[in-house]
Each structure stands twice: as C-alpha cells, then as structure tokens.
Design a protein around this ligand. Structure first.
Ligand code: FPP
Length: 246
C-alpha cells in the first residue's frame, strides 16, 4: 500500500511505455518478447495505481505512427491487446476498473474494435480506477478530428465560432470528461512526448525514468509517485509564499 497522503496522489497518471524492444534486444530476444513482458508490467501498473488511489491511468499502447513498424510487429501488438482484453476483462471488471479507449477508431481491425467497445460497455458503470488505453492514438490526429467536428458544426450553423473556447475544444477531444494528466511518465530514458496528449499536457508534470517498460516495477512506480508529491505545481501562478500579500 502507498504511504502517500491522499492529497498528494495524482488523480491522473499517463505513461509512455517505452523500451520494450531494447529490453528484448539486451537479452538477445525477439522484440515481441519485450512487448509480451510489457503486458505483465501493464497488469502490475494498473494494480499499483488503483491501490494508491490514482483515479485515471492512461497507457500509450499503440500510436498512429506505430503503423510504420514491420507488419509482423503490428500484428503482434494488436494480438497482445486482443489477448489482454479477452483474458483480463473479467478480472478488471471484478476489480471495479472502468475502461476507456482513446484514439482513432476508424479502420481498426474488425476483430479488435468490437472487443474494445465491449470492454468499455462492460465496465462503463464501474467506479474504481479508469484505465484509459490510448490505441491508434496521436495527439495531432485527435486535435485534427476535434477541429473537423467543430468546423462541421459551425458550417451547419449550429455553433458560433465565438463559442470555440479551450473548454469546448477539450470537450471535443477523445479524452472528454477525463481530467488532464497531473503526471506523465516516460520509461526507457527517452525525454519527449512523441505526440502523446499534447493538448492535455499543458500543465502536466513530466517524469523520465531510465527503466525499460518491462522493468518498470511497482517500486519504481511508487518512487515516481513519491517524487511527484514533492513537486510544486503553479499552473502559471506564483509560489504560494510569494503570492501572499501581493
Ligand atoms: C514501446 O516500446 C512500446 C510500444 C510501442 C507498445 C506498448 C505496448 C504494450 C506494452 C502491450 C500492449 C498494451 C496493453 C495496454 C495491453 P518500443 O517497441 O518502442 O521499444 P524500443 O524503443 O526499445 O524499440
């Protein structure tokens, strides 16, 4: 169990799960094995986040740019997600986990989309942690789809351009209704966002950890949450001590 006071636990943690391929290479294994081991880390991360009182955990499972990978790796990643939903849906549901999927659903494999929809529908009323799976997700694509939707409403005369506020844009994104991530973690030592939650990350705390995703243990996750609890977030304002009397 985490010893962090509830007020310092981030409500929303988003993770760029990076380094599966390098984890496998370092062991002379095929990349696939890294992704497989990565699924075990996913299970543990969901459990740890739920235990700590994190309300939303978003995992970047497949980016819109990942289609550029070899066909065999794409099939493998799709297969892993499919297996994860098939095997874990019942236990996630039992554990009161709510599943949301973000990303472009158009042109998703016909054997995958129904599973994702089923996972969302089955767990819709659950009240525990929300596991947000970013699949076929790219932030620029998400923003472009939202803009197209709003432009369509303007063109149809249903929306005045002056009503296009940041709130309205946020509500048109795939993440509508989900609070912005408080903390974004990227594993494997890479330090960039790679088209992940660009709009939502405006005030997120960023944390880069050296571990490859398959090695991202419960202890590393807890340490990241502890480091987050020490950060001071100002959202463009002043440090509270400097703001007093101003
Ligand atoms: C990055 O490692 C990881 C991915 C592109 C996929 C992550 C997917 C999973 C862990 C499995 C499926 C997900 C769920 C939610 C069940 P990389 O291949 O880019 O590693 P590298 O940078 O070392 O090559």
């Amino acid at each position: 169990m985490s010893s962090l006071p509830p007020s310092t636990v981030p409500a929303h943690v988003a993770i760029i799960m990076d380094g599966n391929g390098r984890w496998a290479n370092a062991r002379g294994l095929p990349r696939t094995m890294g992704h497989r081991k990565g699924v075990e880390t996913v299970r543990e991360a969901v459990r740890t986040a739920a235990e700590c009182g994190v309300a939303y955990l978003t995992l970047f499972a497949f980016s819109s740019e990942n289609w550029n990978r070899p066909q065999s790796e794409i099939s493998d990643l799709m297969g892993l997600l499919k297996t994860f939903i098939r095997r874990d849906l019942a236990s996630l549901h039992r554990e009161n986990v709510r599943i949301r999927v973000i990303g472009d659903r158009a042109n998703l494999r016909s054997d995958l989309l129904p599973l994702l929809l089923e996972a969302e529908e089955t767990t819709r009323l659950n009240t525990g942690i929300t596991l947000v799976i970013a699949f076929n997700y790219g932030a620029r694509d998400e923003i472009a789809r939202a803009v197209r939707k709003l432009a369509g409403e303007v063109a149809a005369g249903r929306l005045d351009p002056s009503a296009i506020t940041p709130e309205r844009i946020g509500a048109s994104l795939d993440t509508a209704g989900i609070p912005d991530p408080d903390l974004i973690i990227r594993t494997s030592g890479e330090e960039r966002l790679s088209n992940f939650l660009l709009w939502q990350a405006a005030y997120s705390e960023l944390m880069f950890v050296p571990d490859f995703w398959p090695d991202f243990s419960r202890e590393t996750f807890l340490a990241a949450l502890a480091r987050y609890s020490m950060r001071e977030r100002r959202f463009g304002g002043l440090q509270p001590t400097l703001a007093v009397g101003s």
